[in-house]
Design a protein around this ligand. Structure first.
Ligand code: G6P
Length: 588
């Protein structure tokens, strides 16, 4: 997601704008740029990659007091310097967050008027259109008003005009934008945390309102260009609390974003029960290898069950740190799928490179746009989880599960299966709103826990168990239910929590038998199911909605994440930053 920061005032502008941009890093980006006024002219600097790359190019102590900056998350056109913001066309320079849906039509109109375009972006039509409208009205405010009447889509804009280098203009529709002030000047920003190092006084710009920031004041106008008064808000909290919103932890906030993440990921690939062209054609492959680390590897396990269930394609799943060193049996009809939230995990990247060296086609399933794995794979499919800050992945896991299930449908070529996603969002919201306290209460005082299930339920056990151990430091082991009696059952003591996941009706009775075996040895059984079964082999039951097997894991994971969260909270753990763990593991 792109981010915008701007500053005009009596302090030097660049340290403030760069500081704001660094705060916006959490939104994800692949390039950054800045425009600033010096010696009565406008300078633009842009760089691909991290803000540090831009920082190195800039003298932050530059005598400039007017600047707008941007972090770009590529949508139209690759992440490169030309496509990065700010974009200048004619007399106008613009930073933009959002998407202009009718940019092709506007571009055609402006080309006829003699404008030319350098980038592949939708954004570049905005400065050109501002310039065109300004050439008619000779008034910046009027040209902004006329321009936003023509723009369709969402936008938050920071604007500077060559004829008026003593002001920054801002306007929004759909995308957020705030205006803030400290003792020395005025800011615009995509969100509050980005300016909290300098001030906590801000106003929210409403749809189509135009802000005009000067060295000594800011003014807000409506679409009739009449000045309006807006109430200033005071943010009472830290940058961290601003980003967490009303949630106590990022993990909880991110779990609660799962309804949106589901919808965004599905809608990016599917429209009206058909795949969009964002989903490539994979017809030629008859063998699949799925590679990942940690939770991404467990998504691979879910993928294996689903792809093998709905197609005749055999799937091998391997952890990347093994795959990169072993002998692999693949050929030109094999597709190697690398799953990685960060797109930077060293072992996953090495496994991808190995497959590429062997000239095997590779597909990346990645959350972070522009990451190494996404750049190096032959195909990249992004999940639409948005930035994930808690170390233990939750919403990205769910998004990857949605996408791998869609791949199973794609490989099966049975588009009827796409109907199964219909009511899921409602079920997700219901599951998010349930109370998981009693399950956590039954677990949190124990030092050992077991998760058991069969087939796809076992894949969910792996992730549920990992979530519990990484956030709460309880030793937790996931077992294929039938294997428990071959050794591990000796560890069951009075009250040991055993969580049984049973959503596959074909083998539910088999897993129930295993739960009875542990119950007979005095385990504390938590039975998670989508079936209406009321017996006495469990101590607690958690009922999931009954949906098609294809989409069941998208729901099954939610209570497991929330139980892990509640247990970690009861044990007073550092939930968002568990001991010894890192979000992105870039060492072998
Ligand atoms: C680390 C994280 C895990 C994550 C794994 C793979 O170990 O702590 O939560 O699942 O890396 O990360 P990736 O970014 O490749 O999905």
């Amino acid at each position: 997601m792109c981010g915008i920061v701007g500053y005009i005032g009596t302090d030097k502008a660049l340290p403030k704008v760069l500081s704001g941009l660094k705060f916006l890093e959490y939104r994800g980006y692949d390039s950054a740029g800045i425009a600033f006024v010096k010696n009565k002219s406008l300078n633009i600097l842009k760089e691909v990659g991290r803000i540090e790359n831009l920082d190195k190019k800039i003298n932050a102590q530059e005598e400039t007091y007017v600047s707008i900056g941007h972090t770009r998350w590529a949508t139209h056109g690759k992440p490169n310097v030309i496509n990065s913001h700010p974009h200048k066309n004619g007399k106008f320079t613009v930073v933009h967050n959002g998407i202009i849906e009718n940019y092709v039509l506007i571009k055609e109109k402006l080309i006829k008027e003699g404008y030319s375009f350098l980038s592949e972006t939708d954004t570049e039509v905005i400065p050109a259109l501002l310039d065109y409208n300004y050439s008619i009205s000779k008034d910046i405010m009027v040209s902004i008003r006329d321009t936003i009447k023509e723009l369709e889509g969402s936008y938050a804009l920071g604007i500077i005009c060559d004829d008026d280098l003593k002001h920054i203009y801002a306007v929004r529709n759909g995308s957020p934008l705030i205006i803030a002030r400290d003792e020395k000047g005025y800011f615009l920003s995509s969100d509050v945390p980005a300016i909290l190092n300098f001030t906590n006084k801000y106003i929210l710009l409403d749809e189509s309102e135009i802000a005009k920031l000067s060295f000594d004041e800011y003014k807000i106008y409506d679409t009739n260009l009449d000045e309006i008064r807006k109430e200033e808000k005071i943010f009472d909290g830290t940058p961290d609390s601003a980003m967490k919103g009303n949630y106590e932890h990022y993990m909880l906030k991110e779990i609660h974003e799962e309804g949106k993440v589901f919808k965004d990921t599905l809608n990016y690939y599917v429209d009206n029960y058909k795949f969009k062209n964002t989903m490539p054609n994979f017809k030629k492959y008859n063998k699949i290898h799925i590679i990942g680390c940690g939770s991404a590897y467990y998504v691979g396990n879910i993928g294996k069950y689903l792809i093998e269930e709905y197609t005749n394609i055999p799937v091998l799943v391997e952890v990347a740190s093994e795959y990169r060193y072993k002998k692999n049996f693949y050929d030109k009809d094999t597709l190697v799928i690398v799953i990685s939230q960060s797109g930077e995990t060293a072992d996953s990247l090495a496994a991808l490179r190995k497959a590429k060296e062997d000239k095997i086609d590779t597909l990346a399933i990645v959350n972070v746009v522009g990451s190494s794995i996404s750049r190096e794979a032959d195909y990249t499919l992004y999940v639409k989880a948005g930035p994930e800050i808690a170390v233990a992945t939750t919403k990205a896991f769910l998004a990857q599960t949605v996408l791998i299930s869609l791949l199973a449908v794609k490989f099966s070529n049975n588009l009827n299966l796409l109907k199964e996603y219909d009511n899921l969002e409602k079920h997700i919201c219901n599951l998010l709103n349930n109370n998981y306290e009693k399950y956590a209460e039954a677990i949190y005082k124990h030092e050992d826990t077991f998760f058991i299930g069969r087939l796809i339920d076992y894949a969910l056990c792996l992730e549920g168990s990992l979530k519990l151990k990484e956030t709460s430091y309880i030793n937790s082991v996931a077992f294929q239910a039938g294997e428990l009696k071959h050794g591990t059952i000796s560890l069951i003591k009075d009250g040991t929590p055993v969580i049984g996941i049973c959503t596959d009706e074909n083998i539910i009775n088999k897993t129930i038998s295993n739960l009875k075996e542990v119950k007979a040895r005095n385990a504390y059984v938590i039975f998670i199911t989508n079936e209406d079964i009321d017996e006495d082999f469990y101590d607690l039951k958690l009922v999931l909605p009954k949906v098609h097997k294809l989409v069941m894991p998208i729901l099954s994971i939610i209570p497991l994440q929330l139980i892990a969260y509640e247990v970690a909270k009861k044990r007073g753990c550092d939930i968002d930053k568990p001991q010894n763990l890192a979000k992105s593991v870039t060492v072998e």
